[in-house]
Write a protein that binds this ligand. Structure first.
Ligand code: DGL
Length: 269
């Protein structure tokens, strides 16, 4: 009975951790493709192929539902996988839509036409590939009218986090926030559109200032997953939970343990 959670590396652990708090009775099988991280500098075809094979690996291990806890994968692969047809009984969901539903104050799964929303100026921080895809703006346009989005591609942040170099990650976040503020001096809200960034949430908040509301995906995706599983209890799947990596299990386990502040043991995928 396991739900699959996929990320290019360690960022999806932020989503996993929030989901485990909300759904303690559910087992999760986490897959981090650390051997190929970061995805954010790869082209869309490459991200699609890597994502598809990781999702297949989770399906093969008994997960019926896989969450792409990676914006870059969600941007490049989700729609294409869904439109290409999924195996019977298997589902894959991404992380953009819950975030946009929260930003636009919708109920989970509310697909009514776009309407005016309270927040008008939004800063989006994401990987270069996610920014280039414009997937966030496309999904937002289905739900909201008249929202001005300024996107900042945050090169280097995922690499620094994967390497455990939090001092470099912090310096990069501050310089990306400065760059964003030169383009949009007074955003009302900021979207941390990469699942690695909640690990730097306090740095984003401090650099943006207290008046900016920071939307971080982990809690939002976990809440929408709880709602989804209430409506689709049959998607809990088979198989057991755990942690899989394409990288070096010892190194990845150490970093994950540091981030989640509890012992995490990855096995080779
Ligand atoms: N956590 C991934 C995301 O949400 C990081 C992508 C990457 O590997 O660059 O976009």
């Amino acid at each position: 009975m396991a739900v699959g959670i996929f990320d290019s590396g360690l960022g999806g652990l932020t989503v996993l951790s929030a989901a485990q708090k909300r759904l303690p009775e559910v087992d999760f099988l986490y897959f981090g493709d650390s051997a190929h991280a970061p995805y954010g500098v790869r082209d869309a075809e490459d991200v699609f192929n890597l994502t598809r094979s990781a999702v297949q690996a989770l399906w093969d291990r008994g997960c019926d539902l896989v969450i792409l806890a990676c914006n870059t994968a969600s941007a490049a692969a989700l729609r294409r996988m869904q439109e290409g047809g999924l195996p019977p009984g298997k589902r894959v969901l991404g992380v953009f839509v819950p975030l946009i539903e929260a930003l636009t104050e919708r109920q989970w799964g509310d697909n009514s036409p776009p309407r005016e929303v309270a927040i008008k100026h939004v800063a989006l921080f994401a990987t270069p590939a996610t920014v280039a895809s414009r997937a966030f703006q496309r999904e937002l346009a289905f739900r909201a009218i008249g929202v001005d989005v300024e996107a900042q591609a945050c090169g280097g942040v995922v690499d620094a986090i994967e390497e455990g170099d939090m001092i470099l990650a912090e310096a990069l976040v501050r310089s990306h926030v400065d760059a964003l503020k030169r383009k949009m001096p007074e955003p009302e809200a900021a979207i941390l559109g990469c699942t690695h960034y909640p690990l730097m949430e306090s740095v984003f908040q401090e650099a943006l200032g207290p008046r900016v509301r920071v939307f971080s995906q982990a809690e939002i995706v976990a809440a929408s997953l709880e709602d989804y599983l209430d409506r689709h209890p049959d998607m809990l799947g088979r198989g057991r939970g755990g942690f899989l990596t394409t990288g070096d299990p010892a190194k990845v386990s150490d970093r994950a343990t540091q981030f989640l502040r509890r012992r995490i043991t990855f096995e080779a995928a």
